[in-house]
Design a protein around this ligand. Structure first.
Ligand SMILES: C[S@@+](CC[C@H](N)C(=O)[O-])C[C@H]1O[C@@H](n2cnc3c(N)ncnc32)[C@H](O)[C@@H]1O
Length: 300
């Protein structure tokens, strides 16, 4: 039986050495097993596997598709300024959580008395909050809380990916978060980031993390299995933060966490003016999983 991410993806173990291997293989007149398969059909199969994961409930015996991280966990996982930024929001301002799962972080944010949540959100007024998830994971708790608060203070949108919403459907936000959501799962990274930036008000910030990536400070552990890789047109490694720092009209701050299970980059992107433009990426490899393994090539 296939277990998600149980194997090291064929391409991920040596993505940076791939070009060299191909040259050697071609020189020897051999063809690598997986390269005989055309890439697109294989990727399409992986997309189907990924859809099954979104619909899954529970674990596969090895890993869990976690959908219930609360606000204090968000505070631990996201860049250091996140809790302060959340606490500063006024009651008419808006927070979007992309890939919200059960929406536990938003539920905690609205809990009347919760010491752990208070450490992150402060004790001031609460902003309006919107949760987005591909699959509907609303719990009874969510439904009761939404009914109690009324006035659309908290909204849960599902059935589509972020990129499929029109600007009118979502409106604009002062704060956007993504904890192992669309940023980690999307098949079109540049389009995803572009959409996030379009949804941010000028001066607003996006807080997220990227796990299993080449770290900005270069302190990745030896033997790391990468989950998200970027390369230029010549197959040379590009760090996720170097790519993000090429976006116009934003200020990008990256914190490297090499001590986590996988090298993790904490990312804050602040939009400083409206004319944002994200350098395009093209998906070249994808292996379903939670999270999936992906390789993107930067378009020249
Ligand atoms: C592993 S769960 C994380 C849930 C939550 N953030 C947490 O930490 O518990 C991944 C979530 O991301 C959502 N997701 C993945 N890709 C998405 C996309 N492109 N647009 C919107 N949601 C997405 C999934 O539907 C799911 O709700």
């Amino acid at each position: 039986m296939r277990t998600v991410n149980s194997l090291v993806p064929r391409w991920r173990t040596a993505a940076t050495r791939l070009a060299v291997v191909i040259v050697i293989i071609q020189a020897l007149g051999l063809r690598a097993g997986w390269s005989q398969e055309p890439v697109q059909p294989r990727i399409n199969e992986e997309f189907l596997e990924q859809e099954k994961i979104y619909r899954s409930r529970g674990a596969d015996g090895r890993r869990v598709y976690t959908t219930d991280r609360g606000l204090s966990r968000y505070g631990e996982l996201l860049p250091s300024g996140f809790c302060d930024a959340l606490g500063r929001l006024g009651s008419s301002e808006r927070w979007l959580d992309i890939g919200a799962g059960q929406g536990e972080a938003i539920l905690d944010y609205y809990l009347p008395e919760d010491a752990a949540a208070e450490r992150c959100r402060g004790s001031g007024p609460r902003a309006r909050a919107v949760a987005i998830s591909i699959e509907d994971r609303r719990t009874d708790d969510w439904k009761q809380q939404a009914a109690r608060l009324g006035d659309d203070r908290i909204r849960y949108l599902s059935g589509k990916r972020l990129g499929q919403y029109s600007p009118e459907e979502l409106g604009k936000f002062q704060l956007i978060t993504d904890v192992y959501g669309g940023f980690t799962y999307t098949e079109d990274l540049s389009r995803f980031v572009d959409k996030v930036l379009k949804l941010l008000e000028d001066g607003g910030s996006f807080y997220t993390l990227a796990t299993g990536v080449h770290l900005e400070d270069g302190k990745d552990k030896l033997g790391t299995l990468y989950l998200t890789e970027l390369e230029d047109a010549f197959g040379r490694e590009v760090k996720v933060c170097s790519w993000l720092k090429k976006i116009s009209c934003v200020q990008v701050t990256c914190e490297s966490k090499s001590e986590r299970e996988r090298p993790t980059q904490l990312i804050k992107i602040q939009k400083v003016c409206s004319d944002t433009s994200v350098p395009r990426t093209k998906l070249v490899e994808f292996e379903a999983g939670y999270p999936p393994a992906r390789c993107f090539q930067l378009e020249p």
